[in-house]
Design a protein around this ligand. Structure first.
Ligand SMILES: Cc1cc2nc3c(=O)[nH]c(=O)nc-3n(C[C@H](O)[C@H](O)[C@H](O)COP(=O)(O)O)c2cc1C
Ligand code: SF4
Length: 442
């Protein structure tokens, strides 16, 4: 099995907690998340700016705005939708909606395909429902933000409706498009009629930046900012070719950030293309350190899941908040990329069977969810070294809070408030306040 060595260790504490301590989902949690939009904002944008200045941090300048140097990264399926992204933006930071399979937050859109038999018609209905859901989520997030901060849309290059989602986000007037899980070499062409939209790739090393830069320059567009995600720390799909490469020194922020800065200087755009460092950021001192290495801001995912405003089910938040580094595992996803997640019961069972499943992988099976979420899928396309499970099914189960069936992406490191769920305002305040170690309750 291609696993990091931690995979074989039983995360006894986590499984005990997830199976025995996680309470039943509160009835009607979806209605609650809609009704509760805009609530729980303890801090104001101006008090956070004061905190930032007191901590000696620089603001992030992007798309003609001055923002807090904190980015909430896109998290699919449905983990960062309108409520989280809008709440982060409303406090003067950058919030990101993850575009993938957002219909799952809209009962009416889900109902459209429920009675259809698998086939081209069902696929078209699902694809259309997802685009409608993305439009709704962008509008709702912008309504919460009320012109403050920045609302971005994250689209993964590896998904089959990448082009459609990029177009929807552009038409809906998202402030920025953030693309990872593959190289978005064609993004400048897709966005050529939208020069005002910030285009932001997610990369992990200096080589990736040079390659993308050359291609984009030929199309007369340079990135508006670049997210540098560290595969040894971040959650979800990771920017290394293989699990064994995740710890490679070429990904260290100490190496990548100065190298990309040099690249920007040589290209004559130093100071005009902000760098956002992502992965394992847990406290103010991490952001101070990243700015001293040449980053303009830090992107966080896992810590934003453990907030009241996060769009996921409460069980999802608890699984991430209660997991420690010993409970995490790295494996090859069905998208062919390494990924990091909590070793919950389903994932443990899958990893035990992975070798056997890969050995019997068959070419061109049917897509289990009828809509071909991935352009290339290890399960559907029978790709032997790739994951052999349906990621849409597993991420949707996690979003619904099904602890034993879901796949729960998580990054490394103890969270700022430990196992406590805080508000977005409290999290931003904590990240802008030095001297408080991770794991300190509010
Ligand atoms: C539950 C979860 C889902 C994620 N899904 C996506 C995604 O759909 N697209 C993406 O570009 N990054 C995704 N990420 C990565 C985050 O955007 C962010 O870059 C990363 O989590 C930063 O590392 P941290 O979790 O240590 O803060 C996901 C992260 C989490 C925790
Ligand atoms: S089988 Fe699942 S993971 Fe693969 S393309 Fe279909 S929905 Fe996506």
């Amino acid at each position: 099995m291609r696993l990091a060595n931690k995979a074989t260790r039983a995360p006894a504490r986590l499984i005990e907690q997830t199976l025995h301590c996680i309470k039943a989902p509160p009835p009607g949690w979806r209605q609650h998340r809609l009704l509760a939009s805009n609530s729980i904002v303890a801090m104001t944008p101006s008090s956070l700016i004061e905190r930032m200045a007191a901590a000696g941090l620089r603001p992030l300048q992007l798309a003609g705005r001055q923002l807090l140097p904190i980015v909430q990264g896109g998290m699919g399926v449905g983990i960062s939708a309108h409520r989280l992204a809008g709440s982060v933006a409303a406090l003067g930071a950058w919030g990101t909606i993850a575009s993938v399979d957002l219909r799952r937050h809209h009962a009416d859109l889900m109902a459209r395909s429920e009675k259809l038999r698998d086939g081209d018609e069902k696929k078209a209905v699902i694809v259309q429902a997802n685009q409608e859901a993305l439009s709704r989520e962008i509008r709702q997030a912008r309504a919460i933000a009320s012109g403050r901060g920045l609302v971005a849309v994250n689209v993964m290059r590896a998904v089959s409706d990448y082009t459609a989602s990029v177009r929807t986000a552009l038409e809906e007037g998202a402030d920025a498009l953030v693309v990872g899980a593959g190289l978005p070499l064609d993004l400048p062409e897709l966005a050529q009629d939208h020069p005002e939209t910030a285009l932001i790739p997610i990369l992990s090393d200096a080589r990736g930046v040079s390659l993308l830069w050359r291609k984009w320059e030929r199309r007369q567009r340079i990135p508006s900012a670049i997210v540098i995600e560290h595969p040894a720390h971040a959650a979800g799909h990771l920017g290394a070719a293989r699990v064994d490469d995740l710890g490679d020194a070429r990904f260290d922020f100490e190496t990548v950030l100065p190298a990309v800065r040099r690249h920007l200087r040589d290209a004559g755009v130093e100071g005009r293309v902000p760098l956002i460092a992502a992965g394992g950021v847990r406290r103010c001192e991490d952001i101070q350190r990243l700015q001293s290495l040449g980053a303009d801001a830090a992107q966080l995912g896992t810590a934003f899941v453990a907030t009241e405003e996060c769009d996921a089910h409460p069980n999802f938040k608890q699984v991430l908040a209660e997991a420690s580094d010993e409970d995490l595992v790295e494996f090859t996803s069905v998208a062919g990329l390494p990924a990091r997640a909590v070793l919950t019961p389903w994932l443990r069972k899958y990893l035990k069977a992975e070798e056997r499943l890969q050995a019997v992988a068959q070419l061109k099976q049917r897509c289990t969810m009828a809509f071909d979420c991935l352009a290339q899928c290890g399960l559907r396309d029978g790709l032997k070294g790739w994951g052999q499970f349906c990621i849409d099914q597993r991420l949707a189960a996690a979003l619904r809070g099904e602890v034993t069936k879901g796949l729960f992406f998580r990054g490394r490191g103890e969270l700022p408030f430990g196992q406590q769920i805080a508000s977005v305002g409290q999290l931003l305040e904590r990240l802008l306040t030095p001297g408080i170690p991770p794991g300190t309750p509010a």
